[in-house]
Design a protein around this ligand. Structure first.
Ligand code: SF4
Length: 693
């Protein structure tokens, strides 16, 4: 009898994807180039042994036959997807010449290194700034994801940090607001469900449609997109009206409690019900639950901030925890992101010592306007004639996609894309460079949704032909004459330098321990020594005009006190529906749209339509429908679904353009107009019409 095969070696790693969970991973190493199963690390106190299904199947993505494995040069017209293989040296030479030619024509600001969060590793994601800053290329103001959410939270607390997310397990009520963690950050559910099992805690979900998280909750509030501020105000109205406001806490820890109370007198549940679509009884039941449960933990997500009033919505929801005094208690308070606790010194990764603040900064979300020569988007500077792109796929994920497509079609635009797959952006490039995946290089990570500094060590060798972002940036720097000590350092040296110069222990200790738990102590995390403003008070009166950078959004227009800020794209007679583009369970932005298992689980681009709306529009279940507005139209299939308010449509997931009949995806309908106070994209705030196709 043969001896049983030895189990595969298991190495630790970190999920690099654009998800606040930043899971600690255990990765099976089958051989020098092949990974097997991926599991959550059981000994990480936040990951707690759980990862999402799409990352558990990561081997399918890493070992995918369609992975890019050799550099390519375009041979046919733009968009023809005609490429020929070239050597790495030739590909880098062509790229360097493309960037230098743009610089010769219009100066260095004509080059725009464009990136985002395809990997969240600090070295591989942020190293592109080193090239940008040394070469004086145009800056990128990254607005596509976090801007309104972070500004809304900081407007209250003064700082992007909150109660330890592991405290959800010690809570008596976990409110999950504007996020769908069953789809997008599974560990939130781990801790919330533990609280329910061990302490009988209630789980409440607030969202624009009934989804997997609502199904797992004890109470689900379904509201119209962009009306969270109204809901929050009515909840606070009830808290004051029924004596559930913590007046001692309000006097000690907040800036204007009496002004807030007077302001809220008119914000009745009846008023909010008309705006949100949530019945008065549900608003009152929610208010009574959080008002009578001191240990209520508000886990505030990103989704509800992706409206034109998103920052005000985040601030309004956050205010509830200050009215109830939930911050006093372990298991209570609020959390959105822990970005402020890491205090990184990224001088070496990003060449911050070479940054010239006079160089123009362009809005990431307005890439379409930038590439099509909009003078305002170009900040009065030269055209962008060359793009060098890492870690993002704007031809799928950027808003106002028809304009983005026109920009990429420009014959005089040089584009180099460094990618793992032939994405829809790569198809429009002049040069395509094959990139490594996270298991194939070292990197350093921070938990946005928790409190760990983590090392993601290389597990296997990359496929022959793939190079890491760091290798490519350094190789381009040599060709472009860019000098900085960071270009001469290895990834491990950059990690060690960054750790030590940020006040943490160095790489050797991180490697030994796998991660550092850097959770601030309880009183600081709960702001019991004061909020992060000079007077130590939580701000009900937000200073929107004080938020920087100025010039990227309508800062002065936001209401100071929490309110329904009525700037959303309300439906009209011609466009009677409001569309939200929520995340799909098996995709993560445009990542995983290339794996067959994710495609099969998601099916096809689908509009969730309320049965009453469908009947009025003559749409039947499974029918092809055309959705449209002033920005474009798309064809999808309808699914009749009563888990949303009438007049609301949800299309889950960012499918590739090629998955749509007419070759243009859902972001043809979303707007790139900058939202208040200082920019961002309103992906869930779109009025549309719907017709049978
Ligand atoms: S839940 Fe998020 S961080 Fe965790 S494995 Fe999935 S995508 Fe990665």
């Amino acid at each position: 009898m043969n001896a049983p095969a030895a189990p595969p070696e298991v190495r630790y790693s970190v999920c690099p994807h654009d998800c606040p969970s930043t899971c600690a991973l255990e990765v099976e190493r089958i051989d020098a180039r092949t990974i097997g199963r991926v599991r959550g690390a059981g000994d990480n106190s936040f990951t707690a042994g759980v990862v999402c299904a799409k990352v558990a199947r990561y081997a399918e993505r890493a070992n995918h036959p369609d992975r890019l494995r050799q550099p390519l040069r375009r041979t046919g017209p733009k968009g023809s997807a005609s490429f020929e293989p070239v050597s790495w040296d030739d590909a880098l030479d062509i790229t360097a010449e493309g960037l230098l030619a743009a610089e010769r024509r219009h100066g260095p600001e004509a080059v725009w290194p464009y990136y985002y969060a395809g990997t969240m590793g600090l070295v591989m994601r942020d190293g592109i700034h080193r090239l940008r800053n040394v070469k004086r290329y145009s800056g990128q103001y990254s607005t596509i994801c976090v801007t309104p959410a972070w500004n809304g939270f900081i407007a209250g607390t003064g700082k992007l940090a909150g109660a330890d997310p592991r405290e959800m397990a010690k809570s008596d009520c976990v409110v999950i607001w504007g996020t769908n963690p069953v789809h997008t950050q599974v560990n939130v559910m781990t801790h919330a469900v533990r609280a329910r099992k061990e302490r009988g805690a209630k789980i409440v979900h607030v969202d624009v449609y009934r989804n997997a998280t609502s199904e797992a909750a004890d109470m689900a509030i379904i509201l119209r997109p962009g009306t969270d501020g109204a809901f929050a105000c009515a909840v606070m109205h009830v808290l004051f009206r029924e004596g559930m406001a913590d007046r001692d806490y309000l006097e000690r820890f907040t800036d204007a409690p009496r002004e807030l109370e007077a302001h809220l007198v008119a914000k009745t549940p009846e008023w909010a019900s008309r705006i949100t679509g949530v019945p008065v009884a549900e608003i009152e039941a929610f208010a009574r639950l959080v008002g009578r449960t001191p240990k209520t933990y508000f886990r505030l997500g990103y989704g509800f901030s992706r409206n034109r009033n998103g920052a005000a919505n985040m601030h309004a929801a956050l205010c509830i925890a200050a009215v109830t005094g939930a911050w006093r208690h372990e298991g209570g308070g609020a959390f959105h992101n822990n970005g402020a606790i890491y205090h990184w010194n990224k001088t070496m990764i990003e060449a911050l010592d070479a940054l010239d603040p006079k160089i123009r900064v362009l809005d990431q979300s307005r890439i379409g306007a930038v590439l099509t020569g909009d003078a305002g988007a170009l900040k009065g500077g030269p055209p962008v004639d060359a793009l060098f792109i890492q870690n993002t796929n704007p031809m799928m994920v950027a808003p106002d996609l028809n304009v983005v497509r026109r920009g990429f079609a420009r014959p005089d635009l040089f584009v180099c894309v460094h990618e793992q797959f032939m994405t829809e952006t790569a198809k429009l490039a002049d040069v395509v460079l094959p990139a490594t995946m996270f298991t194939e290089h070292d990197d350093l990570y921070q938990g946005g949704g928790h409190q760990h500094i983590m090392l993601g060590p290389k597990v296997v060798d990359a496929p022959e032909g793939c190079r890491s972002n760091h290798e490519v940036i350094c190789a381009l720097a040599r060709r472009l004459g860019a000098k900085h000590p960071g270009f001469d350092m290895s990834v491990r040296e950059l990690i060690d330098w960054t750790l030590v110069n940020s006040g943490w222990r160095g790489l050797a200790e991180l490697e030994r321990e796998k991660w550092f738990d850097v959770q601030p102590e309880f009183e600081a995390a709960h702001y019991l020594k004061g909020f992060a403003w000079p007077d130590g008070k939580f701000r009900f009166k937000a200073d929107w005009a004080g938020i920087k950078p100025h010039g990227f959004g309508p800062a002065g227009a936001l209401p100071a006190l929490p309110d329904h800020h009525a700037v959303i794209e309300e439906s009209t007679e011609a466009m009677p529906f409001r569309l939200a583009t929520s995340p799909a369970r098996n995709f993560l932005n445009s990542s995983f749209t290339e794996t067959r298992s994710s495609q099969e689980r998601e099916g096809r681009p689908t509009a969730l339509v309320h049965p009453s709306d469908a009947a009025r529009a003559g749409v039947t279940d499974g029918a092809r429908v055309r959705l449209g507005n002033t920005r474009g139209t798309v064809i999808v299939h309808a699914r009749l679904f009563d888990g949303l308010r009438e007049g609301v449509i949800v299309v889950e997931g960012i499918w590739p353009n090629a998955a749509f009949e007419e070759g243009i995806g859902i972001n043809a309908l979303t707007g790139a107009d900058p939202i208040g106070p200082v920019g961002g994209a309103a992906f869930h705030d779109n009025r549309v019409w719907m017709k049978p196709a």
